[in-house]
Ligand binder design. Structure first.
Ligand SMILES: Cc1ncc(COP(=O)(O)O)c(C=O)c1O
Length: 457
């Protein structure tokens, strides 16, 4: 089916206002990729456009929509909260609903996590973790894994080595040290200096290419942290909230972190919220006296709508057993992908955990494929992946993306309510696009057209 980009100035559309007053570059990029469609209604794993398309969401807003789009239970819970006309953001009362959500989160997370700081975004959660780790240890440095994505505020950005995100924004935090993900020797050497307040890790690196580490790596990392008095901070912004099958991915690796950051899916897909879970020791180091009762806070922290969204999201995740579903469906989904994509030389690996999956591509050996592949890689390293994304969207009606820090890995992370039939639809769609890349010149001429249009913008 042909797509129709929402044109600038179209009647009833505020695309031109967005273009003028918000971010024209973003509109141009979506237009370039043929992905600027007008979504009218979103439900479960499906997105419906004004011109009658039904698109399957395999991105989930980067793991926001674990409970599916506009889950009726969560929508109802939010309406109910508004109808109460209760206290919100008075900044001078005890928001009991925050207590209710914090208790549930701590019980689900387990280990030593006993207190929660609420914020409005994953980055804000990471900022809190940096400050809290410094306050607890009296040290300033932070160690992180290279390739990670922790958010784009100045502190969080200091824990990301990729030059693309940092360029033009420095100097960032001093004393941060990036170690290769999986490099235990390097990690031990750095932590042994005992100069670092925390090691901040994603348990599975999402934007780095859905990199699933060995149990041994994370266990040893935890052991080194304990031995050297370094806090272990686990960023579960994408992996948490049952995305990988368990409430936290940390649970599958047997970790007991000092701080855990949750965000994205805690929102029920509707309200901005993050939660920084911490041990009693961390809490006491920060909020150490009456004078310091609100030494770290934020205006929208603990607001009733976000708290209600979090509670409702947990209700849905638990009552619909979405973790078990993610675990079972994820396994069979990856098995089908492996089987269907096995004949294609450009497929390097299918990996993941639960419904956080990645399909890694590689340069082909066959000369007729290798030449165009490398030419496009030279134009832009993301070019090949973007053509796959574009074709999946335009011809197969499936929304997905390549990883932000690894352009040869395509993500498949649908809402956890996705059906088996919808997963099969993805498998057959990606098989079709991959086959085209291996057999048809039009795939490569399309990429050339994209490159030309990008240069002309
Ligand atoms: C692992 C991880 N941590 C932190 C963040 C930052 O979250 P936010 O965009 O809500 O600030 C992201 C965002 O994608 C993320 O993927």
């Amino acid at each position: 089916m042909a797509t129709r980009a929402v044109s600038v100035g179209e009647k009833g559309s505020f695309t031109d206002s967005y273009q003028q007053y918000v971010n024209p570059q973003w509109v141009a990029l979506l237009n370039l990729l043929d992905m600027n469609v007008h979504y009218q209604r979103c439900s479960g794993a499906e997105l419906f456009t004004a011109d009658g398309r039904r698109i399957l969401d395999f991105l989930s807003g980067y793991c926001v929509h674990n409970t599916g789009h506009n889950h009726p239970y969560i929508v109802q819970a939010l309406k109910g909260e508004l109808d109460k006309s209760g206290p919100a953001m008075l900044q001078s009362h005890v928001p009991e609903i925050a207590g209710e959500l914090a208790e549930r989160l701590c019980k689900l997370a387990g280990g030593g996590l006993q207190k929660v700081y609420f914020g409005s975004s994953g980055s804000e959660g990471v900022e809190a973790a940096i400050k809290f780790a410094r306050a607890t240890t009296g040290r300033t440095g932070i160690v992180y894994a290279r390739g990670s994505f922790h958010g784009l505020t100045a502190g969080a950005l200091s824990l990301m080595n990729d030059a693309f995100w940092r360029e033009g924004f420095g100097p960032l935090l001093q004393n941060t040290e990036g170690i290769e993900f999986g490099d235990l020797l390097g990690l031990e050497r750095v932590l042994e200096t005992r100069r670092y307040a925390a090691l901040v890790l994603e348990p599975i690196q999402a934007e780095a290419g859905i990199r699933v580490p060995s149990n041994e790596y994370l266990q040893k990392a935890q052991e080194y942290c304990r031995r050297t008095g370094t806090l272990l901070v686990i960023d579960e912004v994408q992996t948490g909230m049952y995305r990988t099958g368990t409430f936290l991915a940390s649970h599958q690796f047997g970790l007991q972190p000092d701080i855990v950051i949750l965000a994205k899916a805690l929102s029920g897909g509707l309200m901005p919220v993050s939660a920084t879970l911490m041990t009693e020791k961390v809490y006491r180091s920060v909020y150490s006296s009456l004078r310091r009762a609100i030494v770290h806070t934020s205006t929208f922290s603990e607001n009733s709508l976000s708290m209600r969204a979090g509670l409702a999201a947990l209700d849905v995740l638990e009552s619909e057993r979405l973790g078990e579903r993610a675990m079972a469906l994820g396994e069979s989904f990856r098995a089908k992908l492996r089987e269907e994509l096995a004949p294609f030389e450009m497929i390097k690996e299918i990996r993941g955990m639960g419904l956080l999956c990645g399909i890694e591509f590689r340069a082909p050996n066959k000369l007729s494929l290798r030449v165009p592949f490398e030419a496009f890689h030279r134009v832009h390293p993301a070019m090949f992946g973007q053509v796959v994304v574009m074709r999946m969207f335009r011809e197969k009606n499936i929304l997905t993306q390549i990883c932000g820090n690894h352009f040869l890995v395509l993500k498949a992370a649908p809402p956890l309510v996705v059906s088996e039939r919808q997963l099969d639809e993805f498998v057959s769609a990606i098989r079709g696009v991959v086959k085209l890349a291996h057999t048809s010149a039009t795939f490569w001429s399309e990429a050339l057209g994209l490159a030309r249009r990008a240069v002309n913008l």
